[in-house]
Design a protein around this ligand. Sequence first.
Ligand SMILES: Cc1ncc(COP(=O)(O)O)c(C=O)c1O
Length: 374
Amino acid sequence: MRIKRIFVDTQMKKDDNMPILFDTFPKLEANIPWIRLGPMNTPVERMGKLEDKLELDSLWVKRDDITSPIYGGNKPRKLEFILGDAKKRGYKRVMTTGGFGSNFCVANAAMCKEIGLKAVAVLVDQPMTSYVKKNLLFNIYCGNELIYIKKKKRLKWIKFIKRIFNPKTYFMLVPGGSVPLGTLGFVNAAFELGEQVKEGLIPEPDHIFVPSGSAGTVAGLVLGIKLANLKSKIHAVQISSYTGYEGIVKLAYETWELMKKYDETISDVEIDNLIFERKYFGDGYALPTDEGIEAIEIIRETENLELEITYSGKTFAAFLDFVKENREEIKNKTILFWNTYNSIDVSNLIQNVNYKELPKQLYWIFEEDIISKL
Ligand SMILES: Cc1ncc(COP(=O)(O)O)c(C=O)c1O
């Protein structure tokens, strides 16, 4: 019922068959590949109970946890462009890589299944988190062909695997699909937010909080926010050591170059709206922090939203600290938390899936007594 309500009420009046980006820059449509993967225009919601708890006025969430009715989160936005490219170029199979709990690999598999492509993922070790088991089983359900390699030997093996899968496979081996093409998904998301501001669904955000892993999400947002003439500052919360401030800015400019190549009217931009928050990273990628765990509990209690420890929990911890520490300055400001974590429940789909369909080296995840973290 809940999903039905959300997808009927997407808040957007525009014909949502095409990315808003193509409405704004029509020359891109002829040159940039794209395929529709879901309703995508996600609601902005006021976090009223949190506002009451903190005695603040304008705290919001962008519900990218429901970008797609099949598997939400930030990945479908990037995959609309990446898989559009794979389809347009006639590929039948798409290979991704990531940790064995990777949200990107599983999102790719779910979206490929929807549009009739095969998926294959090269998985490497990562710290254990609660969503690893669920993602692995959902990978099997979606027909993702899984290859496991030890992290240390990754590069050597990937070269070898590529040779075997060539030439019929589309390789998306940049973590998280954070290439300029995938990043366009979040340039588009910024324009979507701009429309919501124009329609009066949310005041123009002064500050936006978003996780930064492989950087495509935040790079797309900083660029899109500039091109859409919004004033928001983007707080990129570090959740991996993959890239930092410079990497994000570089990817944003590369994405701008891709757009400019096909539409010379696109204005010059200066990426000066990025704040890189290092403080919430803790001891490393996917390792929980006390603040992250506490933040997860707070948003669950107040807004009934589920986050996780790796990305969204740490980001929401940064959001909470910011609003508490700057209480006076932000009294008349709007602060937006961009929820990038899938909230579509796949438990019914995976209940009969057997983990023994995984590569043998991953059986331990289901057989050992692992302490499950949030
Ligand atoms: C839930 C979630 N949020 C945020 C991110 C970070 O996005 P990006 O890799 O584009 O920085 C990821 C990446 O895997 C993710 O799974």
